[in-house]
Design a protein around this ligand. Sequence first.
Ligand code: HEC
Ligand code: HEC
Length: 485
Amino acid sequence: MPKTYGYKANLLAAATLILIVGLTVFAMLRQQSVQPGNPKLQGGQTSYLNRSYDANPENAFSLPAANLSFEERSQFAIGNAIFRRVWVSAPASTKSTDGLGPLFNARSCQRCHIKDGRGHPPEMNFPEDNAVSLLLRLSVDSDQKERDTMKIDSLEHPVLGGQLQDFSTQGIPSEGKIHMKRTYKNFVYPDGSKATLEIPTYSIHHTSLENDKILISPRVAQPMIGLGLLEAIPWKRLEKLADANDQNKDGISGRIPLVWVPSGTRVKGRFGWKATQPDIRSQVRGAFLGDMGLSTGASRQHWGDCTVNQKACRNALHGADKQAPEVDPKMEAMVVFYSKHLAVPARRNSGDSGVIEGENLFKSIGCAKCHTPSHTTSADWPEKALRGQKIYPYSDLLVHDMGEALSDQRPVANLSGSEWRTPPLWGIGYTQQVNGHTRFLHDGRARNLEEAILWHGGEAAESQRNFARLSKVKRSQVLSFLESL
Ligand code: HEC
Ligand code: HEC
């Protein structure tokens, strides 16, 4: 008996030794390749190597930053649970998750940021339904002087407020339903090949209000990856890239929006399709309040986006306890932490010759003038995992005039309807696998990457023309490059 026991113990010891050596070698190899400045690791050390071999590409946007500590990972996990939490109306037996509404767009963050990826426009077959992952920002006409005197970014609709909530809790009238009509236009390339572009028009159905007096800006939910890294890019860097008056005469004049914050001051904006939110925390608070009707921080606005003219809604029961907001500050902090630390997937096929050729074209036809390939995050940033990373988001985070065709005709802050923030392109090749569609641009009108490019106008018109003039093979190389991100 003791003999076999000894033999087994030896075997166990040998196996353990092999395992330890194996793990050490693996860790050493990993350490060597995980270095800032590797274009394959678009999110710096937050990205994982060999993501292309992952068995579950549909989860590509849902992983915690690779360099989080053990404790930070549990914080991320709690944040994730709150991001997915389905809120209910008050009063409910589950005190910590009640307070939804009375008006809301969705019951959870995840309902819009599907699988931490992007939303989509309403489905063809249900023109008034399934609009959950797209929302309408609303306002009424105003000029900038008026807005600046009132210290606001947009003049809210007197009844509907700043956003259309198409859902409401029991007994409270909802604000109407999103209605969308589609028309089409043809695009003919210089070489004779054709494409069709889909043009959406939005209005509000089931409302007694006059639609033509309401300014509507449709927006799909944005992908959640790498947001903390984007926040950690120094303002100095963005200021250097900005060229508000196009002094270098290249036809491109990126700007940093100036937006009003509750304290009555104007600050620089960076998040959202128009970069009108200064930081992730404000965006998250805005989402709790506007999208789900939940108060956060110091806000006593438990009714969310209900205006004084919506009395039933203002007087409805809410989920707040005495002085506390509906979303506990600790809970809010976890969601903010989560929103900052979703890993950016590593690039795929970056060594393919077509992809390399596409990348060169991307630069030579002027795409990189706005889709700035790389930045380095602040070396002394408070969140450790995001510090000093060389990242490759392909965005200058500035707003650009993208032409009349993309305008929503709704001015906001110091921006016109046609100004949009250059969206980061990292991870864009995973959209189909994560979200099951390839809808792009602020309202999801483009049905694929090619259409997204063809919609570019205004400051991007020249690079759009350059793209259109390329041979079919070269155009598909540009697309392969985008797919590899
Ligand atoms: C009704 C759909 C919807 C819900 C629910 C929702 N979002 Fe969003 N989210 C959006 C849209 C649309 C945008 C773009 C907003 C804009 O451009 O004004 C956005 C933008 C963001 C951004 C900025 C991304 C960027 O690249 O700038 C963050 C962060 C974010 N949401 C977090 C959250 C969190 C956290 C929650 C839950 C508390 C949440 N969202 C709930 C639709 C939604
Ligand atoms: C003048 C700045 C500018 C230039 C130049 C430019 N883009 Fe863009 N790009 C933008 C902006 C701004 C948007 C968002 C527009 C919107 O949502 O309506 C965008 C959107 C995109 C999108 C969709 C992203 C998403 O998340 O929906 C892709 C893909 C893209 N651009 C690729 C390119 C390519 C390829 C080129 C070169 C042919 C190019 N861009 C040139 C500013 C620019």
